[in-house]
Design a protein around this ligand. Sequence first.
Ligand code: ADP
Ligand code: MG
Length: 697
Amino acid sequence: MKTNVTEIFGSLVFDDRCMKAKLPKDIYKKYKATIIEGKTLDPECANTIATAMKDWAIENGATHYTHWFQPMTGITAEKHDAFISPSGDGSIIMEFSGKELIKGEPDASSFPNGGLRATFEARGYTGWDPTSYAFIKEGILCIPSVFMSYTGEALDKKTPLLKSQEVLNVQALRILKLFGKTDVKRVNTTVGPEQEYFLIEKSLWDKRKDLIYTGRTLYGARPPKTQELDDHYFGVLKPKVAKFMRELNDELWKLGILAKTQHNEVAPAQHELAPIFTITNIATDHNQLTMEIMKKVALRNNLVCLLHEKPFAGINGSGKHNNWSLATDTGENLLEPGDTPSENAQFLLVLAALVKAVDDYQDLLRISVASAGNDHRLGANEAPPAIISIFTGSELEEIINAIIEDRPCEKACENKMVIGVDALPPFPKDTTDRNRTSPFAFTGNKFEFRMLGSQLSISCPNIMINTIVADTLAMFADRLEKAEDFTSELHDLIKETFTDHQRIIFNGNGYDEAWVTEAEKRGLYNFRTTPEALPHYMDEKNVTLFTKHNIYSKHEMQSRIDILLEEYSKAINIEAETMVNMSKKNIIPSTLAYIKDLSESIATKKSISADMEYGVEDALIKKLSRLASDLYRKTEALAEDIIKAGGIDDLIENATYYCQSVLVKMVDLRAIADEIEQNCSKEYWPFPSYGDLLYSV
Ligand code: ADP
Ligand code: MG
């Protein structure tokens, strides 16, 4: 048994050092060329890699392989095949060919496809993504893969992500060339996603149908104490939580996942894990694995890991901060301000690109995080508002303003700022990250997109960021490549861009009501709900953007938005059905049983003596009877509304109805149930309370 972290790390990954050791030199070289230059693998090379991969997997206890992919469900999918092959004499040999490595053909009819494929042509295929290493999970060799329809349309979240990375690479290289950096061969986007989650006792989870069916509590009165004392954040880990984190780290490290930071979060029972950043598609694979393994390790410890964005009302929900930057293969971070005028000019240009891209495509960023669950968080004073803006920090804002106003920068010098000539005044990096209310914050050498919900695949937000930044860099490159005087054109371009898009920069308090009014004055979007946001995906400018860069066809876009709309309506439908079920099967019967016992108590007292005091029972019976009637009426109203929603075919209308009618009735019903819970004996209440759940571990 290996116990040392450096030995454990990556021990279940067929990574670079593994390939270097196991592959013939020329094959290894060809493999590297595939990754760096995007060349296709020849069959001989694929066969050799497949055999080496299989031998390594078997040595490490694997019996099966699978193309591991990320369909539109937002989670991962796998179908296992054993390596066995009959050898003719009754025995078997363990086989795995290059063809099997490169391509799989799962029946794809039961994955969401938004009308891209009819069932009769249900063949889909999976293709190896050689940029993400194969790994072993529970005895299965997992080959990270893309997933497509037979006609080549993307059915997954990985294909467009890889395409967006490629587009950004091409455009960023054009920009770097203008700055004389011809030695750079590749620009990658890097991501470090911070993951929040809750841990609760499995035995209590078992008793909550809402958690089982929907991942969040649909009922639950506020307990006497929640997060008001700020005593959980960074608090000492409870032994069970510490054990969970230790085991989780072990599993993640074996898979080469750079799990680094762990701590208690703001809400009781809430925690966070942050990895060290890596290339975006690998970070995406790793985050999917992290979420899966969190759930498994929790179960092993009789705990349940909740990844829902808002498992409990009245306390913080869980998000995922997507830290994003650009890195060259020569080790340069393009969002790192430099020391020389030229480095700073390059930094300011990339910054300007981000500012323009985020302003022009606020809608896409909002859409990329839109879901039924996340609607409960955004704008709820615990997560950024639904309005997109950029936080730069005051030092950087002063530099931007000085550029816009053609004046000296306060801290720098007497001369006005001329880009490409002047060095930037130094600005302390650690003061740039104090504003936690901003959805898109510059944090010294990266941007932190903070609107993601905790269970979201980070794929979509990064497809959006990569593509909108690539598009902007392309425009910049077009203009600068034609410039007669590069430095002055660069200066004008940056000044113009900051001037035109200044409205997106906001360094104030994003939780403040005044910001909503101010943002409206600035003409910024504020899509409060998913059904408001999603239809904008098909706005002409967005279709033009994605088709121009060949990320999606219009058809693929339509199918994706249809899937998201349906997913939204289905999520709320399941929640509403669960509420009706819990009300009728548990809450109403329990309340009536309590009322009956209280009534019997009065009868008993009366039989003992005519002047016995029974005021308490009487008051409770009256109160609970009134609430129970109300509860019954509201349950029926919700049940009827579910049927009504089911009759609306148009996807947008349907989602809007769920949002504006069904959700409202759910809130009404819950308010009554929570009041009953507060007045009901613990013995009769049919579910573990918020107090039980939040302080269980
Ligand atoms: P916090 O936001 O809580 O202050 P940190 O500043 O420690 O947290 O970093 C958060 C995340 O940002 C980590 O996952 C880290 O790896 C990631 N990160 C740091 N630098 C980069 C970068 N250049 N690109 C992408 N992510 C990065
Ligand atoms: Mg953060």
